[in-house]
Structures are given as C-alpha cells and as structure tokens.
Design a protein around this ligand. Structure first.
Ligand SMILES: Nc1ncnc2c1ncn2[C@@H]1O[C@H](COP(=O)(O)OP(=O)(O)O)[C@@H](O)[C@H]1O
Ligand SMILES: [Mg+2]
Length: 635
C-alpha cells in the first residue's frame, strides 16, 4: 500500500469515526433533551386540560345549584295544589291550577334566562313521581302535552334524591330524548320546608366537553374504562358533534380505542390507565406504523375517564423543525465536515508522499553510467534523504570515473606490448629475414604467437564488454548479402570444424540482404559457434540458418551437444557466467562471450534467446533488423 493511500486511509478512518461518534452523541443528547422537555410540556398541557374538564363539570354543578336557589322552585312545590298531587285530563295531560300556573310562568322565565346564559340543551323540573312539571328545550317551553310522566325510569332519578341541598348528581352521558344529542345530565334537589319532593335537572351537550380536546399539535382524547373514545380531536363525531339515537348504547356510538393502535404496547398502556388513581398522571410510549408515540395520561375524577395526550416522534419539536430534520441537518453537517476533512487529508498526505514519489522517480530515471544529482528541495526529512543520496551519487560517479580511467589505462598498457610481440613472432617465422628455424624453434614461436593472440582476444573481449556496459559501443553499418556473409563464415571456421570432424551446415531460406555492422555480426556468430564447437562431441553437428521474418532476419545456431541445464539458462547472458565452473572443465574462456553477444544484438536493435535440452543440444536464436533503427557510426 502506498504511503499516500495509508495516510488517507488512516486519517479518513479517524475522521469518520470521530465525526460519526460525535454526531451520534450530539444527536442522542439533543433527542433525549427534547423528549424530556416535551414530556414535561405534555404533562403541563394534560394538567391544564383536565382542569378545564373538571371546571366544566364544577361550573355546571355550581350553575344548577345556583339556579335552583330561586325561591319559586320551593314555592311551587309547597303550594297545596302541588302537594295534593297531579291532576290529569282524559288525554292524560297534566292540569295546572291558576296559582300553579302563576308560579310556573315565573319559573319558566327564570329558566329561559338561565338557558340564555349557559350552554344548556334541556332544563326541566321533575317531581318525586317522575312527572315533568315544566321543561325548556333549547329555550323553547315544551307544550304541556309533551311533558313526560315517566321520568322515574331515568338513570338519574333515584341517585338525585340522595343529594343534599347545594349538591348535584352528574349522569353518565346518554342521548337526550328531547334533542337527540349526547349530553351530560346534572340534577340537584329542590329543597322545601318539608322534604325533598322534586328536583331540578339540566342537560349539557357533550360537544362542549369534546371541543375542549383541541390542541396545537398531537392527539388529545378521553378513554372510557369500556375502551372507547368519548372525546378525540382526531375524530369527527356525528353532525353537530354528538348527535345520536335515543337510548343508544355508548359502545355502539363511540369509536373503539383500538382504532388508535392495536399494538401490545398500547394495550399495556390501556391497562396502566385503568390502574391509575384519580388525579394521577403517567407517561409511556408505543410504536404505530413504525413511528414512536409519546403519551401522557391522567385519570379524571368523573366517570373514571382517562385524559390522554399523544404526540408522535415527528411532532415532538415545535414549528417546522422535526427531530428528523435535526437529524438530517446533523448528518449533512457531519458529511460536509467529514468530506472537508478527508479532502484536507488528501492534500496533506499528497504533500507528504509527493516528495517521496519524486525521489523515487528521479532515482528510476538515472543513467547508471553517470548519475545525476537529485534536484529536490523540501523542508522535511525527505530533504535529508535527497542530500544523502546526492553525496552518495557524487562518490559513485567519482569511483566510476576512476574505474573507467583505470580500465582504459590497463587495456591500453596491456595491448601496447602485444603488437611488437606478435610482430616479432611473424618476423621470426620469416626465413628471409631471420633464417630457417628448427622445428623446435618454430613450434616455440607458434606457441608464443597463439598465446599472445589469446591474450589479445581476451583484452578485446574485456574492452568490448566495458564499452557495452558503458553503452559506448558504436556500430558501423553497411549493406551485406547474407549468402556472401555465410560463405565467408563457413570457410573461415572450416579449420576449427575439422579438429572435431564436425558436420557444419550454413543455410539461408531466401536471398537476404540487410544493413548492419558486419564485423560485429561476425563477432556474434563466432562467439556462439565457437562455444558450440566446444560443447559438441566428436563428429557432432552444427547448423547455422537465416530466415526472413518481416522487418528482421532471424538467425539460429543449432548444435547437438551436451545442452544446458534448465536451471542454468537464466544467467547465461550475464558477464563472467559459466555453467561449468569446475577446475577440470575442458572449455576455456571467461564467460564474457555471450554477454558481448547479447550486448551487440540488442545494441543493433535485435533480440536473443536460447532453447536447450540437456544431452540433446542447444539452439541460439537472434533477430537483427534489416535496417538499423538508429544509425550511428564507428568513431
Ligand atoms: N552451445 C552450448 N552448449 C552448451 N553450453 C553452452 C553453449 N554455449 C554456451 N554455453 C555455456 O555458456 C557459458 C557461457 O558462455 P560464454 O559467455 O561464451 O563464456 P565462455 O565461453 O567464455 O565460457 C559457457 O561457459 C557454457 O557453459
Ligand atoms: Mg565463449
């Protein structure tokens, strides 16, 4: 992994983890703070609402108690006419005496005023026998024939007699027979000197109570212990809010509480509601349609009802903002900060790793024969590395210079005495100049001559290898005809072949012509063929071939000699490389031949490779371009 990538990965990880955990912590802190605060608010709202509901009942009770304080009520029932019992005509219609009517009229105008002031649907005066003495329905005096005599069967009848002066009884909602609306009924006794012969009763429409449920956000509702909703700001009760049928059962009219949620968690909350004491407030949560809901609920003093305030998660915050908005805002901020951070990491890590790459590049581009100073200025440790490398380069260059000077000096100094040695050998062998030599003398001179020649070749090889190393070998191109070149090659090596009685074939697939360095090409062939001669057995075989291959000519030298072990093939073209390095080896040489061959072949733009099988022989292949790729001439 690159340093750059490592730095980026490391810091990206750090940034992501840090921002991620900070963001998460920030969000959870905000979330729980919001929830806590909101639950407090909700409790406040619930307390206020329950106060309003209680006030509604209290006020209704106070109102009815106040209304009945009017002395006409008692007066009416203390009349002898009234005390003597009800008189009916043939149609069962209640008959009044004139004194009864006189008081009744005053009562009715009082009740009328009362209805005018308060939201009351129906008001009536009922005697102890269940006979309505008078009734006003929505400010209209009920005709006498419409007065009911059967009120003794109503649910409020008996309990109302239990109440004392100044007390009132609240009847569980029912559908008023007079208005066909759901109502609360309040009843208070009419106190006379003797006993409690009657009571005063009024019905308040239930919508007054249902209208109290309105809230800015969330759902507010009242649950009856029979698990139905007697009020709910998310539910529209029938037209005029609360219209029902006479005698209707609440369960048939009011929506079931399970319409809110039928989750287990919610029914658990309903259980909790039932175990609350009056005035007690509690809090819980449930999940519906994947959204968490927060509920605060309080037990009301009337009818064992529970007031519930329900806020979904999405409405916990006021106004436009929701907690989800907040979450996405935090997410966006974290993302932007994170992206910025990662961008910065990229820049910084690039700044750190760039000089290293530059250093590597300038090392790669170096010419081995003359190392150039690295030009890199940074203000960090990389600068020290560059400086150290430059110091090293200076030393290496110095050493290279010395080596070059030394080797050219040595080879020159070695070659110089060889020329007169070889010259004098030649002169010694000339009878005209030196006189006839004895056989012994001639053989000695020839030994001197052949060894001097070997020495000259060796120096030549070293020089060539040196030139190739330094890339200083120059090539002298001229047009050659391969057939002619091969004829020359064949005759030249004929004598060598004879010593081992070898079969030596030279062939060319076509009439080939090329422009190349003839002497160097011959040197290549000589090196390869003379190796082959050494590694084939007596009466072995060597085949030299040339064939056309487009822009190149492909040459091959094939022998049926000992071959080269597979493991040794790799290093074959390296300098001083020999397969057999034992002291007893028959093949002489220095291991420079093939290195020079490869240097020349690649120097003139070709390629060389070898195929060999132990005990079966070796074939060297090389290609040479027909036309030189870059033309250079010998100095
Ligand atoms: N035709 C061949 N058959 C078997 N071995 C060969 C052949 N040509 C080269 N070699 C191996 O490659 C080695 C390197 O050859 P070369 O570079 O010419 O060096 P040298 O001839 O001086 O040993 C030889 O020593 C020999 O072991
Ligand atoms: Mg050789």
């Amino acid at each position: 992994m690159r340093i750059n990538a490592k730095l980026v990965a490391l810091f990206t990880m750090i940034i992501v983890v840090t921002i991620g955990s900070l963001g998460f912590m920030a969000y959870t802190t905000i979330e729980s703070t919001v929830i806590d605060a909101r639950i407090q608010d909700m409790k406040q709202v619930v307390i206020e609402k329950s106060n309003q509901i209680n006030n509604l009942h209290d006020r209704a009770s106070e109102d009815i108690v106040f209304a009945v304080k009017n002395t006409r009520f008692a007066e009416y029932f203390e009349l002898d006419d009234t005390r003597n019992g009800n008189v009916y005509d043939d149609n069962n219609v209640l008959q009044y005496t004139s004194s009864q009517i006189e008081i009744k009229n005053k009562l009715e105008s009082w009740i009328y005023d009362f209805q005018n002031k308060f939201t009351v649907d129906e008001t009536c005066v009922i005697d102890r026998f269940g006979q309505q003495q008078t009734a006003l329905v929505q400010k209209n005096i009920l005709p006498t024939e419409n007065l009911s005599s059967k009120k003794a069967g109503a649910a409020f009848f008996d309990p109302s007699f239990e109440k004392d002066d100044g007390e009132s009884f609240v009847q569980y909602p029912y559908v008023s027979p007079a208005t066909k609306r759901w109502v609360f009924a309040y009843t208070t006794p009419i106190v006379t000197y003797n006993d409690k012969p009657a009571f005063y009763h009024f019905e308040m429409p239930m919508y007054v109570f249902q209208n109290l449920m309105s809230t800015d956000v969330g759902r507010m509702y009242v649950v009856d212990s029979g698990d139905y909703l007697v009020a709910d700001n998310h539910f529209t009760f029938n037209s005029e809010v609360g219209a029902g049928k006479k005698g209707q059962d609440p369960v048939e009219y009011f929506p079931s509480v399970s319409s809110i949620s039928d989750s287990d968690k919610f029914s658990k909350i309903l259980d909790d509601m039932n175990s609350l004491d009056v005035g007690e407030i509690s809090y819980s949560t449930y999940t519906e349609n994947g959204e968490k809901h927060f509920v605060v609920f309080e037990k009301l003093p009337t009818f064992y009802w529970t007031l519930v305030y329900d806020l979904p998660y999405s409405q916990l915050l006021y106004g436009e903002t929701t907690l989800d908005n907040l979450k996405s805002t935090l997410l966006v901020i974290s993302f932007v900060v994170g992206a910025g951070g990662i961008g910065a990491v990229f820049l910084v890590s690039n700044r750190i790793s760039r000089p290293i790459s530059l250093l590597a590049d300038s090392c790669k581009q170096q010419d081995v024969h003359s190392l150039a100073k690295i030009d890199l200025k940074t203000d960090d440790e990389i600068n020290d590395v560059a400086k150290a490398l430059n110091a090293m380069i200076e030393k290496v260059n110095e050493v290279g210079q010395l080596k070059e000077e030394f080797s050219s000096m040595v080879t020159h100094e070695l070659k110089t005495p060889l020329t007169p040695i070889l010259g004098w050998c030649q002169t010694l062998k000339n009878p005209k100049i030196m006189g006839e030599l004895t056989d012994k003398q001639r053989s000695a001179v020839e030994k001197i001559q052949s060894n001097a020649e070997r020495l000259r070749n060796l120096i030549g090889d070293i020089l060539d290898a040196e030139k190739l190393d330094m890339e200083k070998m120059k090539f002298d191109y001229s047009e050659i005809n391969i057939t002619e070149f091969f004829t020359h090659l064949k005759s030249n090596l004929q004598d060598v072949m004879k010593t081992k009685e070898l079969e030596y074939n030279v062939s060319s697939d076509a009439e080939l012509v090329m422009t190349t360095d003839k002497d160097r090409l011959e040197q290549v062939f000589n090196n390869i063929i003379l190796n082959a001669v050494d590694f084939v057995n007596q009466k072995g075989r060597i085949d030299v071939n040339a064939k056309d291959s487009g822009d190149n000519i492909e040459f091959s030298v094939k022998d049926d000699g000992v071959g080269i072990p597979k493991a040794k093939l790799d290093g074959l073209f390296k300098k001083f490389y020999q397969v057999d390095t034992s002291m007893t080896r028959e093949h002489g040489g220095t291991g420079l031949g093939l290195a020079i061959v490869k240097g020349i072949v690649t120097g003139i733009g070709g390629k060389i490779w070898v195929e060999s099988k132990e005990n079966f022989g070796t074939t060297f292949y090389f290609t040479i371009p027909k036309k030189p790729k870059t033309r250079t001439s010998k100095k």
